[in-house]
Write a protein that binds this ligand. Structure first.
Ligand code: FES
Length: 164
């Protein structure tokens, strides 16, 4: 049995903002921003939340699952408060991302796709973030942390832990 989920009025208003950018009857085109908005609010996309988005956009449920499971930016399970998404593609690899990933693993005692014991951080290895000129790069929420060093990681983790 799936827990019921309803889009609140704020979410509906924000989704409508995106729906209105497309021609009448093409509301399904707003599925990516709609899923992003729900994920930002809930932390991840539950099956019930995806169904609610599908119903709101008048799409088959399966069509929303297809989108949500295709893009790595969508999370289908609860995870840490902060997503440390380290690019491990070629430019970042050449510029030392392995040292960055190793350092985060050591500091937080986790591996990629795991969450720290305090629930604050989930580490992810991701494909090119499109910022190869400032490699190595990590995405944190909507921000890019560029020209990463272990010192930058230490400062960032300390600041986020202090805010928790
Ligand atoms: S390879 Fe890392 S941003 Fe492109």
């Amino acid at each position: 049995m799936i827990e019921p989920y309803e889009l609140n009025s704020t979410l509906k208003k924000e989704i409508d903002h995106w729906v209105n950018k497309f021609p009448s009857g093409k509301q399904a085109s707003a599925v990516i921003p709609a899923l992003t908005l729900v994920q930002d609010q809930e932390g991840y996309l539950s099956e019930a939340a995806m169904n609610a988005v599908a119903d709101y956009l008048e799409m088959p449920h399966i069509a929303v699952y297809e989108v949500a499971t295709f893009y790595t930016m969508f999370r289908l399970e609860p995870s840490g408060k902060h997503q440390l998404e380290v690019c491990t593609n070629i430019s970042c690899m050449l510029r030392g991302c392995k040292e960055i990933v190793d350092h985060i693993e050591y500091k937080l005692d986790i591996k990629p796709n795991q969450t720290s014991k305090n629930g604050l951080f989930t580490l992810r290895s991701v494909e090119c973030l499109g910022s190869c000129g400032t490699a190595p790069v990590m995405k944190l929420g909507r921000d890019y942390i560029e020209n990463l060093t272990v010192e930058k990681i230490d400062t960032l983790l300390r600041e986020l832990e202090a805010k928790a």
